[in-house]
Design a protein around this ligand. Sequence first.
Ligand code: THG
Length: 364
Amino acid sequence: MAVITPNRRVRKTPFTPGVEAAGVGGYTVYNHTLLPTFFESVEADAAHLKQHVQVWDVSCERQVQVKGPDALRLMKMLSPRDMDRMQADQCYYVPIVDHNGGMLNDPVAIKLADDQYWLSVADGDLWQFALGLAIALGLDVEITEPDVSPLAVQGPKADDLMERVFGDQVRDIKFFRYKRLRFEDQEFIVARSGWSKQGGFEIYVEGSEYGMPLWDTLFANGQNLKVRAGCPNNIERVESGLLSFGSDMRRENTPYECGLARFCNSPLDYIGKSALAGQAENGPPRQIRPLVIEGEIGPCTQSWPLLANSTQVGQVASAVYSPEFGVNVAIGMVDRAYWEPGTRIELMTEHGMRWAEVQQSFWR
Ligand code: THG
């Protein structure tokens, strides 16, 4: 493929100069923003991520800010998750659904104050849904996209690096909680979260002008930790079963199909609740499953149908060879009759037919 040309619609980020200087090897576009896909290679990046620490430009995780007297009211309409339990320093993984229970996005919600939330969105213009709802309901709330660019610090040495830049309080941050920590003359939300299972943090960098100074400070402090520029890694995240909205699930799927039932505990009549009642009671007709694919597979750049007796019984939209586990790991959406661990199903890839076997669990 040729290069992607940035412009006003395909946005660079405050960290793009650092990403380019570090030798980014590929980009994708996510929320109209450049997102690196690899530096050395996806394989080498994965191995490094599992041993050391990486700094990721995830500015494409845009924040939809919901602010005003009716902020919580709107959040309760949007969220299948019980927002009344949310603490002031907490982050919530929240599936957002339409009136039919179809997934519209799977953001991380951050509570900044009783009248202020951020939705750190996956790929999709969720702000338009939030704004439409606010207008239709006549809510006293502002929907904006503030100048906030998340920077993730991921890997087993993330605590060591973050301590050097933000102080030893970083060690006390619990999973999906945050602290406000000082950098130069600004305070940033620093949460223990991120799209890997190697541990680490996300810094919500407020003010683009702080982007490169923070990037440079992290690299200056991380030399003897072997810090590198990295990015969400397709091998590590499939091994970990972290879902990608738009690939692994979309509007045709419910949160129950995505295995996100534990995040649907709101007692209120949120949008989509009645449509989801049947699946809440009886379970979904299909669900996300880990799969191993036999033989050689090329890159998975589209959805591959799963077939039984020539009828489609699911699909795979993420698949990659795992050097650590020595197999092709994959994330599939599999019909109930075929989702038991050990079930073997045919898979139609654009590189030929392969056998896929349903696994008991993801790899970490
Ligand atoms: N961090 C932030 N924003 C994001 C992402 C992120 N926006 C886009 C995208 N990623 C949203 N999707 C996810 C998917 C999974 C997780 C977070 C965001 C995740 N899940 C954990 C798991 O499944 O094990 C934990 C969920 C929990 O227990 O609450 O981390 O990565 N800022």
